[in-house]
Design a protein around this ligand. Structure first.
Ligand code: C2O
Ligand code: CU
Ligand code: CU
Length: 510
């Protein structure tokens, strides 16, 4: 699967700094230059982040990323201070190709230390961009690694110890597309036309455009415990995102890039879609569905057929959050850490059906098989207990308080390379926690003893664990060993991560 770019957004992405943008990354311009775009798809395109193909330098694909401040006018007349990557808010979609070597040059113009983590990628610990790979204000972090995994949708965001939630909320995040040449499965892949990333986020914007992470402000203890939510929905950085899609099959790469909110996504007209991929790439079979549930950090790729719609029809993608509320939040305490939107239905994106595409695809009938890992493959088992007590969020009763230290010292694993482990993840608290593991994709063995449905049976890196649930995971710890640098695993509610709901593991020589 390849992604073609018409580079129509590059101008937009250059706007930054003091500039005020009504639509930070909106890409409704036309392809006047037509600079090498190979597709003949109908304009106008859908508002998506600019596609960054990098630049081949000596056989290595180089991406130059600048972390910078800016502002966006989501509230008319009141610009909100933001962070962005090569722009005012969010960052370009990075197009990686399996088998290539990638070089990231990340310069930090923020005026404060941060990091840039590649969520979902298999890489050496030194390239992970976790809390150990800090980039001081004014510095540039350079890292190189091989793209080893199959096609998937990943993403990048900061991972600065104690500041991840604020840095992401300010706007540092972007999509990574990994493409490969694996034959057999043909999916819509014209970026910005029928292959659309949707970065779903919520922000709590006051009438003056500020939010609780704005300079000089701070979230409350309640916000930290619940995880920061907001009532203003942004998709690709835009309020009430609306765009034209071809009258045919469209692929949506859904990313929950929110700090804390889960979404039960579906279309308001009840139409079905076909889910073909989860966090770690293609599922073992296409799944026809009307809903997909995404907790923070999770991704899904779905195919939506607009071929039966009359041109000019509009249909909205919404979150039917009320349907899953009682599963994700238990009892009175669960009620306290959720908000009104978590109990209701709200719209996120409006699709307007345009002209029919030149060639129209149909969803694949089958997908390549995925070999299931089995419980007996595990050489050891770990139990991972997620809990919240008082003002504290814990893993196995411990909190990571600073790099390399947890109190008590319970969440620091040494794992011999090549071992297969089973992690039994229990949620003893009253709210859902999305557990994310760096570097290794895992399979869900079962959820409360029941094998997962197909959409959860593929490779994953983030898993929603509901209150009272036990989710058992199978992991194979291959890859580069490093006795000095660990990988992280943590709750992807970013306030929980910052409060220490995080542990680390080293992949060491067997
Ligand atoms: Cu998406 Cu450790 O992060
Ligand atoms: Cu990650
Ligand atoms: Cu959590």
């Amino acid at each position: 699967m390849d992604v073609t770019s018409r580079r129509r957004f590059l101008q937009m992405s250059g706007v930054a700094g003091a500039g005020v943008l009504a639509s930070p990354i909106l890409g409704c311009g036309d392809d006047a230059a037509g600079d090498g775009g190979v597709d003949a798809a109908p304009a106008p395109a859908f508002p998506v982040p600019p596609l960054d193909d990098g630049e081949l330098v000596g056989g290595v694909r180089l991406f130059r990323l600048r972390l910078q401040s800016g502002s966006v006018e989501w509230v008319a007349g009141f610009p909100t201070a933001t962070y962005g990557v090569n722009g005012a808010f969010l960052g370009p979609t990075l197009h990686f190709r399996r088998g290539e070597r990638v070089r990231l040059e990340v310069s930090n113009a923020l005026g404060e230390t941060t990091t840039l983590h590649s969520h979902g990628l298999q890489l050496p610990a030194a390239s992970d961009g976790g809390p150990y790979q800090t980039i001081a204000a004014g510095a540039t972090w350079v890292t190189e690694f091989d793209v080893v995994q199959p096609a998937m949708t990943a993403w990048y965001h900061p991972h600065q110890m104690d500041a991840t939630a604020r840095h992401v909320y300010m706007g540092l995040a972007g999509v990574i597309l990994v493409a490969d040449d694996a034959p057999g499965v043909e999916l819509p892949s014209t970026y910005g036309v029928d292959d659309l990333p949707l970065v779903i986020q919520d922000r709590r914007l006051a009438a003056d455009g500020t939010h609780p992470y704005s300079p000089g402000r701070a979230p409350s203890m309640h916000d930290l415990m619940a995880g920061m939510r907001g009532e203003t929905m942004l998709v690709n950085g835009v309020r009430q995102l609306r765009g034209v899609v071809p009258r045919g099959l469209v692929r949506l790469r859904l990313l929950n890039g929110s700090n804390a909110r889960a979404y039960q996504l579906g279309f308001v007209d009840g139409r079905t879609f076909v889910q073909v991929a989860g966090d770690g790439g293609l599922l073992a079979a296409p799944v026809t569905a009307t809903r997909v549930l995404l907790s923070p950090g999770e991704r899904a790729e779905v195919l939506v057929d607009f071929g039966g719609d009359v041109a000019g029809t509009t249909v909205a993608l919404a979150s039917f959050s009320g349907e899953v509320f009682s599963r994700l939040y238990a009892g009175t305490m669960g009620g306290n850490v959720s908000d009104t939107l978590d109990r209701t239905t709200f719209e996120l994106v409006t699709f307007e059906v345009g002209a029919a595409p030149v060639t129209s695809l149909t969803p694949p009938a089958t997908l390549p098989a995925i070999e299931r890992m089995t419980a007996d493959q595990a050489v050891r088992t770990r139990s991972i207990v997620l809990d919240m007590t008082g003002p504290s969020v814990t893993i196995n009763g411990a909190r990571m308080t600073s790099l390399g230290a947890s109190v008590p010292a319970a969440i620091n694993f040494q794992i011999p390379s090549g071992s297969v482990e089973r992690w039994d993840v229990t949620n003893n608290s009253f709210m859902m926690h999305p557990l994310h593991i760096h570097n290794r994709h895992f399979q869900i063995l079962d959820i409360d003893g029941v094998p997962p449905p197909v959409e959860l049976a593929g490779w994953k890196d983030t898993v929603l664990v509901a209150p009272g649930q036990i989710v058992r995971l199978m992991l194979r710890f291959d890859g580069t060993t490093d006795a000095a640098l660990p990988y992280m695993f943590h709750c992807h509610i970013l306030e929980h991560e910052d409060m220490g709901m995080m542990g680390q593991f080293y992949i060491v020589e067997p």
